[in-house]
Design a protein. Structure first.
Lengths: 299, 428
């Protein structure tokens, strides 16, 4: 008995603070929020609140504004993930071939990541000015000067959800592609050179080498990238807030709607939005976690 | 990038914690002082006046407070940014934690309902009698401030929302007299049409968010008249009515004369369009007058009039101070409120901030040109509240209306807007 404690005791002791802190500040507060979302606490007034079951959720899903924010989020996530993966992979491929001055390019591509989303959001807000023609400013001005008039567009103030949310995704893609490049580059570098040599000796073309030898080995990295990008996109708040301000129907996502709801002290509704966001992220992350755990046990 | 994002969040979080803990600390020291009679009696005053004319106005109030309330010490607890939205978030945390400042700034009128419903502010009607404010403020204003027979704040100033700022040089292009307001919204639309024909592509400059809300309100006020307009906010006028539909259609027409980048700019940019001659008009509150003075725009370069059809109406908004429930030092807070309502306090504050005093006994000679005219109007016009600035509706209603208007700005559907506005005013 005594011996057993010796084996797991120290480990448990080291883990204890983390377990307590996470247990209270993460899981405890999730439970608290969930509980609040089931009540009628629609003002900041203190005192007991009535439990109303899932009424707040039912109300949310019958509200145009919330459905609109979910649709916006869906479009944003798709455009952001696809765009970032394409640029990240492209840059990684270019650098992987061993260009001169590789470290300089690597830094340039990675730099945007070091900027806070609020700061880049403010600047992108200027760049994405919707004026066109003679009054054009920002990117539209650039297109105007280059006589690329057909590229001028109203950006996020446009009418269709795809153009507005793609305009919001643009800065996010710019900011995150470098990170995805670094991930893929590390993946390429981790593939033993013998594999390439063997493929070349066997007479594989460059395309076939990538298609059948290198890319398959990158799939775990691609999956990680997908999960990371997905959860960033689902929680995106600061960038949108900085570009469009707090009350913009066209670019509102659940995170912004939650902020607006909190500002009016509707705690129950804000909690419900938070729990829905958590559920959406969980749908993405839990299968990934399950998959990694299974991989590790197999090894 | 995970690092980048979480770092950002950590920074924001840390800043938030700092701000909150800072307020908490000052409250603690104030509370501690209450137990010990010899300790300093801090009066924590929470505002979002952190720079510019607003800060100068606050400093003016503080110096009057220093002489009038020698026993107390002013502690500035201003939170900058976001036209008060940052401050309101910090304030909500403090109030929720049961650590209110001695007094806090809030828009007078319906916006206070959130605090009243949450039981966070006390009735100050008695102070109105004690300080003689029930005589000093116009009865019309007091009616607008009263909620269920009680008053919850003391206004420091008054601004007028329904003002149009005009560039006469631009209007000359279509031979329009810039000194006289068009008789009604239709006449204004006719003038705008002439200007557009004369080559001014976007004659009416407008910016995002509350500027659009102010234009809708001005059109509704002009078309419905003051009584029906007030009824929109207190439930006596039907939002679904045909007259509202007609007014909203006119707003839709007005939007077609505005700049396409309206969602991306703020009101000083829209004012800049007027000053630079790119646009002829912009509708904005009378803080524009102070801005024009600060930017050294000569009086001859612009004119102004109440928005068409609202010449006899003074659409007001007002910053006021409250008495929080269970505040640290209510006597100190009351002394601050007395200063805010006093003739000297209102003069010190308003001459610097560019607003007019809420008291009707102030001397116009102390004020710049625009304010003198506004003070005369304040005495004779019908006073109606502004929703965009919290006098007519709660923060939640305002939020819903802003959302509906931003949707309308992208895809103008009058029926949808009308029902969204009605729904917004039905909820809190």
């Amino acid at each position: 008995m005594h011996g057993r404690i010796r084996t797991w005791g120290p480990g448990a002791l080291v883990l204890l603070p983390t377990v307590l802190l996470l247990g209270y500040f993460v899981y405890g507060l999730i439970a608290w929020s969930f509980n609040t979302s089931l009540t009628d606490r629609h003002t900041a007034r203190k005192g007991p609140a009535q439990h109303v079951g899932f009424e707040n959720y039912a109300n949310l899903f019958s509200e145009d504004r919330f459905i609109n924010s979910l649709k916006n989020l869906g479009v944003l996530t798709v455009v952001f993930i696809v765009g970032t993966l394409i640029f990240g992979l492209l840059w990684a491929l270019l650098l992987e071939k061993g260009v001169p001055g590789e470290s300089i390019f690597r830094s340039i591509y990675l730099f945007p990541m070091a900027i806070s989303m609020i700061a880049s959001g403010v600047v992108w807000g200027w760049l994405l000015n919707p004026s066109q023609g003679e009054d054009a400013r920002g990117l539209n001005r650039l297109f105007e000067m280059l006589h690329l008039h057909f590229l001028e567009n109203p950006w996020w103030t446009g009418g269709s959800r795809w153009t507005t949310m793609a305009s919001i995704a643009l800065p996010a893609v710019w900011q995150m592609s470098g990170y995805i490049m670094a991930l893929f580059l590390a993946g390429f570098r981790g593939i033993p050179p013998e594999l390439r040599e063997a493929a070349r000796v066997d007479g594989a073309s460059e395309f076939k080498l990538y298609r059948h030898v290198l890319f398959p080995q990158l799939s775990p990295i691609a999956l990680s990238a997908l999960i990371i990008l997905g959860h960033i996109s689902l929680k995106l708040f600061d960038l949108i807030y900085a570009i469009t301000g707090p009350n913009q129907f066209r670019t509102e996502v659940p995170a912004i709607l939650m902020w607006n709801t909190l500002l009016r002290s509707d705690l129950a509704k804000a909690s419900a939005i938070g729990i829905v966001m958590l559920a959406v992220v969980a749908v993405l992350v839990i299968p990934y976690l399950a998959w990694t755990v299974r991989q590790e046990t197999e090894q | 990038m995970r690092g980048g994002l979480s770092k950002t969040l950590a920074l924001v979080g840390a800043a938030g914690l700092l701000a909150v803990s800072a307020c908490g600390n000052s409250d603690n020291s104030g509370g501690g002082g209450g137990g010990n009679s010899s300790a300093s009696k801090d009066v924590t005053v929470f505002t979002w006046w952190a720079d510019g004319g607003e800060k100068a106005g606050l400093d003016g109030l503080v110096s009057v407070f220093g002489t009038a309330c020698k026993d107390y010490k002013f502690v500035n607890s201003a939170v900058a940014g976001g036209a008060g939205s940052n401050a309101k978030q910090v304030l909500a945390n403090d109030l929720q934690a049961g650590k209110p400042p001695s007094t806090f700034q809030a828009h007078a009128g319906a916006e206070l309902k959130d605090y009243i419903n949450a039981g966070q502010v006390d009735d100050v009607s008695q102070l109105y009698k004690d300080f003689g404010l029930d005589k000093a403020f116009p009865q019309n204003l007091i009616d607008n401030l009263t909620v269920d027979g009680k008053i919850y704040s003391i206004p420091a100033n008054v601004h007028r929302a329904n003002m149009v700022w005009v560039n006469p040089t631009v209007l000359k292009k279509a031979s329009i007299d810039a000194t006289k307001a068009p008789a009604n919204v239709d006449a204004w639309i006719a003038d705008l049409t002439k200007l557009k024909a004369a080559g001014v592509t976007a004659p009416l400059a407008i910016s995002k968010g509350f500027a659009q809300e102010m234009l809708v309100e001005a059109v509704l006020l002009g078309e419905l008249g003051p009584d029906k307009f007030k009824g929109l906010w207190d439930g006596k006028t039907d939002w679904a009515g045909g007259d509202v539909t007609a007014a909203l259609n006119k707003y839709k027409t007005l939007l077609t004369f505005t700049n396409t980048d309206r969602e991306a700019i703020d009101w000083p940019d829209a004012l800049g369009y007027v000053n630079s001659g790119k646009a002829g008009y912009t509708l904005m509150g009378d803080w524009v007058a102070a801005q024009q003075l600060a930017d050294k725009i000569p009086d001859s370069a612009y004119t102004y009039w109440p928005s068409p059809g609202t010449g006899e109406d003074f659409q007001f908004l007002s910053d006021s101070f409250t008495l929080p429930t269970n505040g640290a030092d209510p006597d100190g807070a009351k002394c601050w409120l007395k200063t805010v309502g006093s003739a000297e306090g209102q003069k010190a504050f308003n001459t610097k901030k560019g607003s007019i005093p809420a008291r009707s006994d102030a001397d116009p000679a102390d004020y710049p040109k625009y304010q003198q005219g506004a003070m005369a109007d304040w005495k004779k016009d019908t006073i109606v509240p502004s929703c965009a600035h919290g006098a007519a509706c709660t923060a939640g209603q305002n939020n819903d209306i802003l959302s509906a208007l931003s949707q309308f700005s992208g895809s103008p559907d009058v029926a949808k807007l009308q029902s969204a506005l009605a729904t917004a005013m039905k909820t809190n």
